[in-house]
Design a binder for this molecule. Structure first.
Ligand SMILES: [Cu+2]
Length: 312
């Protein structure tokens, strides 16, 4: 997983955007199918594997990580044109691929993961892929470093209750950033399923501390109302005593995202974003930042147990 290191977070140029994508910034679009499954039904459903035929231009090949970053065309009914890293199951698929190659492939989206296969090089000279029209989120705040106190925030949970940092006094918490209609299983849905697993493990562990919370903050407040977040949480059988799904004013959410180096921007009908999950100690100080999506519920549980100890 690439580490996102740049401090200047204006994502205005193609190069910067590309760097951002290397850092597992993942573009998302609204997808009616997932929206129905994850939000409206209110029950856990198994999502059938879906396959899409996609064409694009190779931007980076990382065989060791089984990843190829592709600037791909619009995938009708699923995702806008964008640049993102794709996983391959079989590294032989990456053999002979180089930056600039124009390829066709199949994108498979299963319930918990997505990957690509059947990569074929296309002979035509690379044509200009549609460029994305993005609205950047302007950053003005330096992200926090571990050990620094987390500033106050004022949000609303899935039950319509006001939640601020003061309400979490004496509690450790993990906070991640999502939007409920995110269609790609490796990203927001994985953050949510990891939180669900962490919650179950902590609740199920005899003698474990109880002064902890999980906070899933939506950066799509326009669509993610408390009602929608409640339905989303119910799909996970979430425990309201330990997990909040939070929304709020755009300004408040943008500010909070800046504090934790969470980047997102509206991109036509979709939202592009990176992944940040932070752990804050019961002393109110930032303890740990998980970047990307390759952390596990066991790692988060261990950090939270550590975070429960100090008191403020
Ligand atoms: Cu997402």
């Amino acid at each position: 997983m690439h580490q996102f290191v740049e401090k200047d977070s204006r994502l205005t140029t193609g190069t910067e955007r590309q760097r951002c994508f290397k850092a597992i910034v993942v573009p998302m679009c609204l997808c009616a199918f997932f929206l129905l499954c994850f939000v409206s039904c209110g029950v856990k459903q198994s999502v059938a594997e879906k396959t899409f035929s996609v064409r694009g231009v190779v931007k980076e090949v990382e065989a060791a990580k089984k990843t190829v970053t592709v600037q791909h065309e619009k995938i009708p009914g699923y995702m806008d044109a964008m640049t993102m890293p794709f996983e391959v199951k079989n590294t032989n698929e990456l053999r002979g691929l180089k930056v600039g190659d124009r390829i066709a492939f199949q994108m498979v989206v299963a319930e918990k993961e997505g990957w690509i296969r059947h990569i074929v090089k296309l002979d035509q000279s690379p044509e200009q892929m549609p460029s994305r029209t993005s609205v950047q989120v302007v950053k003005a705040i330096e992200p926090l470093d571990p050990g620094e106190p987390v500033p106050d925030f004022h949000l609303t949970n899935e039950l319509g209750q006001a939640i601020s940092l003061a309400d979490l006094k004496g509690k450790a918490f993990a906070m991640t950033f999502i939007f409920t209609s995110c269609p790609f299983p490796n990203f927001c849905p994985r953050m949510t399923s990891n939180f669900s697993e962490t919650e179950n493990k902590l609740i199920g562990q005899k003698g474990a501390p109880t002064n902890w919370m999980l906070l899933s903050v939506s950066f799509d407040p326009e669509h993610d109302s408390p009602e929608k977040l409640l339905a989303y949480g119910k799909v996970q059988n979430y425990d309201p005593a330990h997990w909040h799904f939070l929304t709020g004013s755009e300004a408040e959410i943008e500010q909070l995202c800046e504090v934790f180096d969470e980047k997102f921007w509206h991109d036509g009908t979709s939202i592009s974003h990176n992944l940040r999950t932070v752990v804050v100690g019961a002393d109110g100080k930032l303890q740990k930042i998980f970047q990307g999506n390759d952390w596990t519920s066991d790692e988060l549980k261990a950090e939270l147990l550590k975070a429960c100890k100090p008191s403020r």
